[in-house]
Design a protein around this ligand. Structure first.
Ligand SMILES: [Zn+2]
Ligand SMILES: [Zn+2]
Length: 277
């Protein structure tokens, strides 16, 4: 079975044969069908994100179930699945008290399965699985908790994006306690996550959604997702422009890019607001 392996930062991914062992209880063997490429993968390649290596990157994908380990009830062979990069164990204190996004077990076990080991190896060397999945591979063994069955009508390449960029972007808006219908929203960075923040703001019923990027072709595309206004921050001061457009600033600002310059611009484009819970 072939996979793309990263041995150390600032080296290319190497496509090579790896061994894949059988699914253990609670695990699922899958055949990868589509993968998305996210900036988080690149952060591992540059060394900005650090963790155990060698590792198979890739954390947004869709797959078909080949085989299930003992006790698996969520999926069966032949099921088409979205693979989640934030599988939560379901049994730790935080999972059991309604905060699976803070799962202790997922945090501790990182790029291994929930028992702390991986199912991939090269000779005797274990190969880690980014976010417990490692999508840049022909096949994989993943936790049952990472598998989300989907209808046959959803194309694999669409489903793959729901594994990270769609849920990250839409979730950032609709799970935000400050989100209200009618809110004004600014979105800095209009890549995969930014577009989905825009989509989330549209679903939430935002009255104005201002997309900010440095590329006009990306800004044009944001209208398809619900942007009402666009700003090219290479041409104008985005913070000034947002304040002028909204009479003092937006209710919500999102930085999907994650650099100091975009984070400070996002904060500076907000109006004052008293948070009400
Ligand atoms: Zn991602
Ligand atoms: Zn947990």
């Amino acid at each position: 079975m072939k996979a793309a392996v990263l041995y150390e930062p600032n080296t290319p991914l190497i496509v090579e044969e790896l061994n894949l062992s059988s699914p253990q209880p609670g695990e699922v063997k899958v055949r990868m069908a589509a993968a998305g490429v996210c900036a988080s993968d690149h952060h591992w390649m540059t060394g900005d994100a650090q963790g155990p290596m060698p590792i198979v990157l890739g954390h947004e994908g869709a797959a078909v179930v080949e085989e299930v380990g003992q006790g698996v009830t969520r999926v069966k062979p032949g099921d088409r699945c979205i693979l989640s990069f934030v599988s939560s164990c379901g049994y730790c204190r935080l999972c059991r008290t309604g905060s699976p996004q803070l799962c202790d077990t997922a945090g501790i076990t990182g790029a291994t399965l929930f028992d702390g080991t991986t199912r991939l190896s090269k000779g005797k060397t274990p190969v880690y699985q980014m976010a417990k999945v490692g999508i840049f591979s022909e096949m994989g063994v993943v936790p049952e908790q990472a598998c989300h069955k989907m209808p046959d009508a959803v194309p694999f390449e669409v489903a793959a994006l729901i594994g990270c960029s769609v849920t990250t972007g839409v979730g950032a808006v609709i799970n935000n306690s400050a989100s209200r219908p009618g809110s004004t929203v600014a979105v800095f960075g209009c890549g995969g996550v930014g577009l989905n923040v825009i989509q989330g703001a549209k679903l939430m019923g935002a009255s104005r959604i201002i997309a900010v990027d440095i590329y006009n072709h990306k800004l044009e595309f944001t209208y398809k997702f619900g942007a009402t206004d666009v700003i090219n921050s290479k041409e104008v001061d985005a913070v000034e422009e947002i304040k002028n457009m909204t009479g003092g600033g937006v209710d919500l600002a999102f930085d999907s890019f994650g650099a100091a310059i975009t984070t400070s611009a996002a904060v500076n484009s907000l109006r004052k607001m008293v948070q009400q819970y």
